[in-house]
Design a protein around this ligand. Sequence first.
Ligand code: DP6
Length: 336
Amino acid sequence: MLRATAVAHSNLAFVKYWGKVDHTLNIPTNNSISMTLSDAKTTTTVEFDASLAADEIEIGGVMTSGDARISKHLDRIRAMAGSDLFAHVQTRNTFPSSAGFASSASGFAALSLAGASAIGLTLPDKELSMLARQGSGSACRSIHAGFVEWLHGSSHETSYAVQVAPPEHWDLVDIAVVVSAEAKEISSSTGHKLAENSLFWSERLRGMPALVDTVRGAILNRDFETFGRHMEAEALSMHAVALTSPHGNGNAWKSGIYYWAPDTLLLMTAVQNWRADNLPVYFTLDAGPTVHLITTSGHAAGVIAAVEHIQQEKDWRIFVSRPAPGAHIIKNEDSR
Ligand code: DP6
């Protein structure tokens, strides 16, 4: 059987995917735009093996007793190829899972490519993106290099990501400041479901098509100010929805989801002050406390110095990413 190893990078959304019209197929309510990140990489090897009675899955060097989400994704690949063979899967990230990068994005992009390749399927990027999307929505964007847009579509065939511009188009830098290693209480998948309970939900969606056009246009024109202002406001719009998404019952009822830690707010405020002092930097936040500081390469050292200045004794970790390549195969072996 064939064995294949693929690499994929995580991605950071500048316009967020938050809410789905189909929670099984991961069809989102709006287009989203992201950058594929150089400093957050997953390497995955898949080998289908006729002697196996179940999938064998090793994550970060540790053998699991099975992983339902990975096996379900392998089922999709098996169904596409008409195969019933189980697989050995080995997957490893270059970044800690608590770092505030979407490890499911790089993970399912790498698994899709390695799995499809190992089973003998040659899928065009569009189909690879559709496959990855079913594992985790944001994974469909990690198939592509550089700047990427996920077209929301309305069905499996119409919901996939496309490249907006290659990595070398713009020297943006993401300085991710990990302020808390605590696991989040509400997963993204649950957050997507709760979003429609927010009173701001429909308002967020109403402005989306114009916002997506503006952010895409600002990327294509390398207009940092227009890009940064819309990106930062858009992150707060997603969090406004999360903050007003009630959930839980009885005494466990909560009025909303707070993905932030106290230091998240500290950095968000600092960014506004740094800008006032002529440091060109904007922030965005995913469903977690990590603050992503976006600047251009000429100002990256200045932003890192500014972070270190306020960090003092705090136990923050910094990951610096530039636009990265898309998912690709690094090893294909015929082990028959
Ligand atoms: C806030 O892709 O992790 O990072 O499709 O349920 O796996 P599932 O959700 P996921 O959601 C990502 C949410 C986000 C915004 C984004 O990446 O666009």
